[in-house]
Design a protein around this ligand. Structure first.
Ligand SMILES: N[C@@H](CCC(=O)N[C@@H](CS)C(=O)NCC(=O)O)C(=O)O
Length: 211
């Protein structure tokens, strides 16, 4: 499997899950400004023009972070990162994947930027915080007395949620009134796979704070 990623972008979630899974994989860095990668035009890989994209072993290209995470989790086997299809845990995990994709991920994106980018001005940051805070607060309440989203056990959606808490750091939003999320973020950062991938990806691709 080959993951197309940009440092610190949502592709961080499948990158971490691949590392956790111990499946064989390689990565290709994408330049989101130029839409290029080592092999040329990135839009030929993903015409949607964003990361993540995952090229499977049979050459298919999968897109959409939540779907890629489920695919990796299924490939990893043993229901370790995604529960058995149709179990109540499975549906809870699917609900979280979808919630993070539609209610959090996209709300972190500023309408004032070209492309799907995090906000970069004081005004746009304010607006984004206003939109993400109530949704983050909901997650925070669900994490009360829980280390991870479903059954207190690490699974695929936790990697996606970690991208969101990582963005809280990146945007200097902090964790005021989000104590459980802060605990989650700290816990995730202790996982060896998370440490390895954060080190490998290095500085985020786009955060040039112009405020
Ligand atoms: N719906 C997509 C959104 C992916 C997305 O927004 N990716 C951002 C990085 S987090 C990106 O590549 N933006 C580049 C651009 O739009 O130019 C998903 O869930 O995977």
């Amino acid at each position: 499997m080959k993951l197309f990623y940009a440092s610190g972008a949502s592709s961080l979630a499948p990158h971490i899950l691949l590392e956790e899974s111990r499946l064989q994989y390689s990565v290709e860095k994408v330049n989101l400004d130029k839409k290029t990668w080592n092999g040329g035009n990135y839009n030929l890989i993903n015409p949607k023009s964003y990361v993540p994209a995952l090229q499977t072993d049979n050459g298919k290209v999968l897109t959409e972070c939540a779907v890629i995470l489920e695919y990796i989790a299924i490939k990893a086997g043993n229901n370790k990162f995604i529960a058995k299809y149709d179990s109540s845990e499975y549906w809870q995990q699917r609900i979280w994947l979808n919630y993070i994709a539609s209610e959090l991920h996209k709300n972190f994106i500023s309408p004032f930027r070209k492309g799907n980018w995090l906000p970069n001005t004081k005004e746009s940051k304010k607006l984004v915080y206003k939109r993400v805070f109530p949704r983050l607060k909901f997650v925070d309440q669900k994490l009360n007395k829980q280390n991870y989203l479903v059954n207190n056990t690490f699974s695929a959606p936790d990697t996606y949620l970690f991208v969101m808490t990582n963005w809280l750091h990146r945007l200097n939003f902090g964790f005021t009134n989000l104590d459980n999320l802060k605990r989650f973020d700290t816990k995730m950062r202790k996982r060896p796979a998370v440490q390895t991938i954060l080190r490998q990806e290095g500085l985020p691709h786009s955060l040039q704070d112009e405020s």
